[in-house]
Design a protein around this ligand. Sequence first.
Ligand SMILES: Nc1nc2c(ncn2[C@@H]2O[C@H](COP(=O)(O)OP(=O)(O)O)[C@@H](O)[C@H]2O)c(=O)[nH]1
Ligand SMILES: [Mg+2]
Length: 203
Amino acid sequence: MLWKASLEATCFSIPQLPPEGTPEVAVAGRSNVGKSTLINALLGTRLAHVGATPGKTRSINFYSVQAATPFRLVDLPGYGYASRSKAERNEWSRLVAAYVERRKTLRLVCHLVDFRHGLLGNDRALQEWLSGCGRTMLVVFTKADKVARGRHRALLQEYVRGGLISVDVPVITSGESRSGVEDLRNFIGRFLGGMGTEGDGPR
Ligand SMILES: Nc1nc2c(ncn2[C@@H]2O[C@H](COP(=O)(O)OP(=O)(O)O)[C@@H](O)[C@H]2O)c(=O)[nH]1
Ligand SMILES: [Mg+2]
């Protein structure tokens, strides 16, 4: 099923966050992991800005998505961009922490990880933090077009054995070739559709 989406809000500070409403699916990952590219592929638009220079997005962007279960896709600013100033990093963590730790309508966090590299130190830190907050996450590998097709299975197994937290088998995607994008769209649709009125996950 096709989704229709529009940019609902761009927030640089806590008071700018839109009121809690429809369920939210957030997308998180290191700067340059391919977050904007994947969001555009998922939504079938060019709403998200694909950057040549990493670490530019400091805002949380909310996309309102019309689907079988309407929801908001939430673009969290990327982390791990070292040359940012300390003050800027603090501002980042305050805003993201306020959102991730307190948002009642946040149902799922898609954790984007570069398929070529697997989980790096700060990816593991993110996973621990999210699970400590009781958040449900799904690992989504990106840039799969950069890895030979024949290696996908073994590499996925290697990453899973190396330890990762994911509510289901990680989805392998490429925003560039669009492979896996439909699988992710279907997963999100099923996940949101399967939620009880209490907001429970599907399984
Ligand atoms: N080969 C390839 N390059 C990608 C893919 N997704 C993103 N990129 C490139 O990676 C860079 C960062 O992408 P962007 O979506 O802005 O990453 P973000 O910082 O996580 O939002 C850009 O140069 C993109 O063209 C992908 O699936 N395959
Ligand atoms: Mg981006």
